[in-house]
Design a protein around this ligand. Structure first.
Ligand code: HEC
Length: 127
């Protein structure tokens, strides 16, 4: 019984390690995808403190976006449209939280399938 339990414990440890490795690999792939499509010119993974002149970051961090949309069942579709077609200046919920006024459309840069993957990943980013 003891060996069975020990076996079970080491097996679950292996599964956990594998899951962590898979997560880290996905994080790396998606960060690379965001970089190669120009997203990281404006966005960062973590919320950054205000800049030297008290300026807000240009764009919301992936963490802040994930937090804002947590539990929203339409988030993936909504954000896919925003990423491809750009943000809107009017009534934007990031107003006064970021220094960039509006996100330009990215459709000329990114393939829709890649944008879909990125949005799904961004929504799962944890603090
Ligand atoms: C030139 C700067 C810039 C670039 C490049 C850029 N963004 Fe943005 N992004 C912004 C700004 C500013 C906002 C907040 C205002 C807005 O929503 O338009 C934003 C908002 C977002 C949001 C949240 C939208 C919402 O409605 O809450 C997502 C998701 C996002 N960007 C993803 C991306 C992805 C993915 C890329 C790369 C394909 C990208 N952005 C490239 C500036 C940028």
């Amino acid at each position: 019984m003891k060996t069975f339990l020990q076996g079970l414990i080491s097996l679950s440890a292996i599964v956990l390690v594998q899951a962590a490795v898979a997560d880290a690999k996905l994080d790396e792939q998606m960060t690379q995808l965001a970089y190669s499509n120009g997203c990281t010119m404006c966005h960062s993974l973590k919320s950054v403190p205000a800049g030297p002149a008290g300026m807000e970051p240009i764009a919301p961090s992936w963490q802040d976006i994930a937090e804002h949309y947590r539990g929203n069942p339409n988030a993936r579709e909504t954000l896919l449209k925003v990423v491809m077609g750009g943000g809107t200046v009017y009534g934007n919920h990031w107003e006064n939280k970021v220094s960039g006024t509006v996100m330009p459309p990215n459709a000329i840069l990114i393939k829709e399938a890649d944008a879909r993957k990125l949005v799904a990943w961004i929504l799962g980013v944890k603090k």
